[in-house]
Write a protein that binds this ligand. Structure first.
Ligand code: 2AM
Ligand code: CA
Length: 261
C-alpha cells in the first residue's frame, strides 16, 4: 500500500496533527496570539499540531531534522523535513474551512516527497519524486488549459505591506486575461488544487520554506510546471512560485514579469 518508506511516517504525522486541528476547529478552542501583525496569527492548534507531528516524525525518522514554522530548526544539505503544522491559520481562526497540515521532505535543493492534509474535507495529497501525485490514493493530474481566457488562477497577498500595490497591479492585469484570480489563504492547498486541476495556476511571493515544501512537489508530480517568477527551476528558499499547467505557465510568468506599467 505504501509506495516508499517515507510515506507511512509522513502520513501518520499529518493525519494525527490534522485530526487534532479538526477537534479544536469544531470545538472553537482557538487561543489566538498575534505574531508579526494582526493578519499573522498563531493558535493552540498550530502548537499542538507541531508537537504531535514532531513526536511522530522523530519516532519514524530519528535521524532526519525537522524545520517547522512554530518549532524552528536549520535546514541541512542532507535530508530534512519542512513542516507547516497549520497552513492557513487566518482561515482557521475565522471558521473558513480551508487549511491544511503540510510536510515536505527535501534533500538540499531537491524535493523527495510531499504530503498535505486538509482535516475538514479529510483530503490527503501525496507525491513521491518521479512517482506521480495522489489524492486519497487516486492519481491526480493538473489542468491542460491552453489559454488564460478559460482559466481560474489563485494567488495570495505578500505579507510585506509595501508590496500591496505592486501585487494589485499584477492581479488586475491577470484578471483581465483569465476568468478570475482567487486568494485561498493557504499556499499548500492552492498547490494541491493546481495538482488536481481545480485551479489552472497559482503564483505567490514572500512565502516561507514550510508554506511551499509539501505542495510544490505535489503540483510538479501532477504534471504542473513549478518555477520561480523568472521561469527558473523552483527554489524553496526564494519564497516565490508559479505553478500551472504547461499550456498557461509561461503566459502567467510573462504578465508577472511585465507588471511595471
Ligand atoms: P500560514 O497560515 O501557515 O501562516 C497565504 O497567502 C499564505 O501565506 C499561507 O500559506 C500562510 O501560511 C502564509 N503566511 C502567513 N503569514 C506569513 C508570513 N508572515 N510570511 C510568509 N508567509 C505567510
Ligand atoms: Ca502555519
Amino acid at each position: 500500500m505504501y509506495t516508499n518508506t517515507f510515506e507511512r511516517g509522513m502520513r501518520a504525522a499529518v493525519l494525527a496533527a490534522g485530526e487534532r486541528i479538526r477537534e479544536l476547529f469544531l470545538s472553537k478552542d482557538l487561543d489566538i496570539h498575534e505574531k508579526s501583525g494582526p493578519g499573522d496569527l498563531v493558535t493552540r492548534a498550530d502548537f499542538e499540531a507541531t508537537e504531535i507531528a514532531l513526536d511522530l516524525l522523530k519516532s519514524y525518522f530519528p535521524e532526519i531534522p525537522v524545520i517547522g514554522e512554530e518549532s524552528g530548526g536549520k535546514p541541512t544539505e542532507d535530508k530534512c523535513f519542512y513542516l507547516d503544522p497549520l497552513d492557513g491559520t487566518l482561515n482557521f481562526v475565522h471558521g473558513y474551512p480551508n487549511f491544511a497540515v503540510s510536510l515536505g521532505l527535501w534533500k538540499g535543493t531537491k524535493p523527495l516527497a510531499g504530503i498535505v492534509y486538509n482535516p475538514i474535507s479529510r483530503s490527503l495529497y501525496f507525491a513521491n519524486l518521479d512517482q506521480g501525485a495522489f489524492k486519497n490514493g487516486s492519481p491526480i493530474r493538473c489542468s491542460s488549459k491552453a489559454s488564460l481566457e478559460s482559466s481560474l488562477l489563485a494567488t495570495g497577498w505578500p505579507y510585506d505591506l509595501s508590496m500591496t500595490e505592486h501585487n494589485a497591479r499584477r492581479i488586475k492585469k491577470l484578471r483581465n486575461l483569465c476568468q478570475d484570480v482567487r486568494n485561498l489563504g493557504s499556499a499548500a492547498l492552492s498547490l494541491c488544487y493546481v495538482a488536481e486541476g481545480i485551479l489552472d495556476g497559482y503564483f505567490e511571493e514572500g512565502l516561507d520554506t514550510w508554506d511551499l515544501a509539501g505542495g510544490a512537489i505535489i503540483a510538479q508530480e501532477a504534471g504542473a510546471v513549478v518555477s520561480d517568477f523568472e521561469e527558473n527551476i523552483f527554489d524553496l528558499k526564494k519564497g516565490e512560485i508559479i505553478a500551472a499547467g504547461k499550456g498557461i505557465h509561461h503566459m502567467i510568468a510573462e504578465v508577472i514579469r511585465n507588471d511595471h506599467s
